[in-house]
Design a protein around this ligand. Sequence first.
Ligand code: NAP
Length: 311
Amino acid sequence: MEESRRYDVIIIGGGTAGLTAAIYAARAGLQTLILESGVYGGQIIPSPKVENFPGLPGISGAELAQRLYDQATQLGVQLQFEQATGLLTGDVQTVLTETGRWQAAAVILTAGTKNRPLGLENEGRLTGRGISYCATCDGAFYKNKTVAVIGGGNTALDDAETLAAICKQVYLIHRRDSFRGDAATVRRLQALKNITFMQPYTIAALEGEQTLTAVRLRHMQTNEEQRLPLDGLFVAIGQIPQNQPFSPPVELDDAGYIRAGEDCHTNLPGVFAAGDCRTKSVRQLVTAAADGAVAALAAAEYIRAHALHAR
Ligand code: NAP
């Protein structure tokens, strides 16, 4: 790589937030680099159909990612496939990677989160083939079918409620007798005829060749196992934000999300956070895109106000 090449803005992460930030940054006249550790597009890539992105109903996640990438690169945005491993801040922001360092006047962190996986054999192979991590995105594919949700937090409870309105039968599998999520939601779920609570159970194994066909449940106290045939399984056992390489100096909350409000400002001047990686209540494609715009315009204003343009 070119040692310490200076950009106006470096965006860490090439998901929806990062690519949208890049489009806005480039259109604001900023020399823009995206550093992406894996595949551009982020978490949306495996979704066969995105039904809730305004104006593009039914687009596949891969197609949406490609369109965002094409739009950004046609505006002159550069993308490097490198893993960011650290951040040094000051008048110039320096992003450390496995192979070197990149510099910019401003940095936008959009590293996102990863769904916490169950860690079971076949989980990767069956993801998108009966296993989903997003009921809002994929629930409609299971109309009148039998599904399960695993988890005991608010995401799992909300997913169960969403799915109960669509599916014939919903099993809510949780490893403890009490829920971490809101008691009021639990009471609403208990009143629904098509939800069955499976507690305290965990999933010991996933079955299915082409698609998921069943799970093996294991009782947490007796270790007894039983087979539960399913059309779909929604995994909602938490998220893992990908912010560790940037803290310190960037301030995180107790769950590991970057402390940043709707203006996308972090605790550091010239460092912004957008999308799922920051503290927020709704983590959806459209809110990630909105954050990307806000963060890029905030970065442009920061660069203008401090006369830090690279050219
Ligand atoms: P969460 O609150 O961390 O809950 C994760 C759940 O998954 C817990 O019940 C946990 O069980 C269970 N779990 C973790 N690892 C597991 C494993 N390996 N096997 C089986 N179960 C496992 O995560 P979340 O539900 O995604 O929520 C994240 C945050 O967003 C929370 O603060 C939540 O309140 C908030 N949120 C709010 C709303 C809302 O207000 N409507 C909606 C969604 C999310 P244990 O309880 O036994 O640890």
